[in-house]
Design a protein around this ligand. Structure first.
Ligand SMILES: [Zn+2]
Ligand SMILES: [Zn+2]
Length: 347
């Protein structure tokens, strides 16, 4: 039997979000019922609520940075118990059978993962995200949030945190490695914290020096303005790894010139337009231009454990549910340091 729960939803594309109720499925034998405590606002929530990525499913309840407490478990649940602190990220299911699902890389599922919102579950019903009082999720797609992190600063780790952790881990950021993070926003600030905790020498490449003090406090060793052409001369051939979090189109040739031989430039921000590139920027120096999407369930758990061990959470601005529309405008204006988190008690 479904239950109706309180939520904030966009009733139609580009419409302001408003308070409403949405159905949650009955707790199945492998499901947990989660009382949501906090939900982060990710830039992609805004893209989707405003239908920037094409056909959205409305009403839409965004939110894929969810932290809460288990309040009920299905009869076959073994990983979680009532009272557990848990998180839910960008997907709530996948095929579970393909080569990627079997490797724990559910984000690259051959049949497509089931998005936490603006998706359809295996029964064909629309999924509703974290701007809500409760959510029902299969235990296999539910993460454990260790005691070392409070739930409000843990919520953004479920998208922003894993989006940066995964490429940093895959391309082996660590002691002796020089890592640059392009853009110091919701994603970039987690990149700086995580790369620093991994032991890498971290440089922020930002449009201006406006946030330099923050960048250094978060763990950056160096901070450069990309609006200054001297930056590209001074840093030529410097980095083992550059992770770009910006969605504005980059001058890829210029950024690739900052890599050492065998260096990689990895994009986690996605420009809407096609990009231009001179392949000699890759050939000379055997460089790699790559992309990376969130992380699978095992790696997301590894990231949460890593963050707890190193005392890392997101830098957040906690808001009430009735401030969501205002927060959306501020995210679009890059006026947040560094993530808005909705206090679900105010729904
Ligand atoms: Zn996100
Ligand atoms: Zn799969």
């Amino acid at each position: 039997m479904t239950t109706n729960v309180t939520a904030y939803a966009a009733p139609a594309a580009k419409a302001p979000l408003e308070r409403t109720t949405v159905p949650r499925r009955a707790v199945g034998e492998h499901d947990v019922l989660i009382e949501i405590k906090y939900a982060g606002i990710c830039h992609s929530d805004i893209h989707q609520a405003r239908d920037g990525w094409g056909e959205g499913i409305f009403p839409m309840v965004p939110g894929h940075e969810i932290a809460g407490i288990v309040t009920e478990t299905g009869s076959a649940v073994t990983k979680h118990a009532v009272g557990d602190r848990v998180g839910v990220g960008c997907f709530v299911d996948s095929c579970r059978e393909c080569q990627y699902c079997r490797q724990g890389l559910q984000q690259y599922c051959e049949r497509g993962m089931t998005a936490t919102y603006n998706g359809r579950d295996k029964a064909g019903d629309p999924t509703y995200g974290g701007y809500s009082s409760h959510i029902v999720v299969d235990e296999d797609y539910t993460l454990r949030i260790p005691e070392g992190i409070s739930l409000d600063v843990a919520a953004p780790l479920l998208c922003a945190g894993i989006t940066l952790y995964s490429p940093l881990a895959h391309w082996k950021a660590g002691p002796g490695k020089k890592v640059a993070v392009v853009g110091l926003g919701g994603l970039g600030h987690m990149g700086v914290k995580i790369a620093h905790a991994m032991g890498a020498e971290v440089t922020v490449l930002s449009q201006s020096l406006r946030k330099q003090e923050d960048g250094r406090r978060l763990g950056a060793d160096h901070y450069y303005a990309t609006s200054d052409p001297a930056t590209f001369e001074e840093l030529a051939g410097s980095f083992d790894l550059i992770v770009s979090t910006v969605s504005a189109p980059l001058d890829f040739d210029a950024y690739l010139s900052l890599l050492k031989t065998d260096g990689a430039l990895v994009n986690v921000g996605a420009p809407e337009d096609q990009v231009k590139l001179n392949l000699f920027s890759l050939i000379g120096g055997r460089r790699t231009l790559a992309g990376s999407a969130i992380g699978g369930i095992p790696e997301t758990q590894e990231m949460l454990d890593f963050c707890a061990e190193h005392g890392l959470g997101a830098e957040i601005e906690l808001i009430r549910a009735d401030q969501i529309n205002e927060a959306y405008e501020r995210v679009v204006d890059s006026d947040v340091r560094y993530r808005f988190v909705i206090d679900a008690a105010t729904l």
